[in-house]
Design a protein around this ligand. Structure first.
Ligand SMILES: [Zn+2]
Length: 296
């Protein structure tokens, strides 16, 4: 991806947090916790928000943030890259919502190292990137790009762009009211049933990342296409690497479909590709799709 020197989003903040509140233990489990966090956070901030916040002492005021230059000399490229991708996502989603006559509120990107406080609780870098609907921020651990290639074999800059676009996809779902609908549903259904809805929510975020990629494929920077050969393949490799079946096989040696929360590798790549093909919200209704494998 051609990103160096591109417009950087101004909705980016670096933060290092510390407080006693922790959601880290809920999402523990090492590598498998990565990407499960979005759902964990979703649970925390959704149907159970009151309960969770009560159990945290009723303190819903975010902890005092110490805004400082986190490892300012390090991660220079990661920071610039994330801010440029975020800027493209702002351009795209504002345009899409405009077309629909709806207004779009930009999310904020919070970059951190080690751990961070969010309105959804404290998170350690171990649990990976996540979106917190309660404060509408995307949280990104600066070391994650490295983790993505070393632990998941998803190399290349566009693998990381896909991850950021997926998290912003959750923000779009929040803006569209989908997140609220699912939170309401969660109170009425079993865990197994809810997991199936969660999979659909996640696959839709993959679809939205695909839509963004189609848009970006049509953009240029300094007269050159922004996407380079191999970029889309990098996103597909990443989506494949973080499918529930692949992660479960790797970390526990067997697969439990009832516990899937994000979809299989096949499903994640299929929905990303579908978004890349159509680039509109209309073809992304994962909730009414019978065949999530999109086999036909
Ligand atoms: Zn997600």
């Amino acid at each position: 991806m051609r990103w160096r020197g591109g417009r950087q989003s101004s909705n980016v903040e670096e933060r290092s947090g510390s407080s006693g509140r922790s959601i880290g233990k809920i999402a523990s489990g090492g590598g498998i916790g990565v990407f499960l966090i979005a759902v964990v956070v979703f649970f925390l901030s959704g149907g159970d928000l009151g309960t969770v916040m009560d159990s945290l002492g009723g303190d819903i005021t975010p902890a005092t943030y110490e805004t400082e230059n986190v490892s300012s000399k390090e991660y220079t490229d990661e920071k610039e890259f994330a801010a440029v991708v975020f800027a493209h996502l702002e351009d795209y989603w504002n345009e899409e919502f405009d077309k629909r006559g709806q207004s779009y509120q930009n999310p904020k990107l919070v970059l951190f190292t080690d751990s961070v406080d969010s309105a959804c609780g404290q998170a350690s870098a171990q649990i990976g990137p996540f979106y917190c609907p309660a404060d509408q921020n995307v949280y990104l651990d600066l070391s994650f790009a490295n983790e993505l290639s070393s632990s998941y074999g998803a190399t290349g800059d566009y693998a990381m762009a896909y991850v950021i676009a997926h998290e912003v996809g959750h923000h779009v779902q929040n803006q569209l009211g989908i997140t609220d609908q699912l939170n309401a549903l969660r109170k009425r259904v079993s865990e197994t049933e809810y997991n199936q809805y969660s999979v659909r929510l996640e696959l839709q975020a993959d679809y939205l990342a695909g839509c963004f990629s189609k848009y970006l494929a049509e953009q240029t920077y300094q007269g050159q296409p922004i996407l380079e050969a191999g970029d889309i393949a990098e996103a597909i490799t990443a989506a494949n690497a973080i499918g529930d079946d692949t992660l479960q096989k790797e970390y526990q040696g067997y697969v439990v479909p009832d516990s899937f929360t994000h979809g299989t590798s096949q499903q994640r790549t299929s929905w990303f590709k579908r978004g890349y093909k159509y680039g509109d919200l209309e073809h992304g209704d994962t909730f009414n799709e019978k065949d999530l494998d999109l086999a036909a």
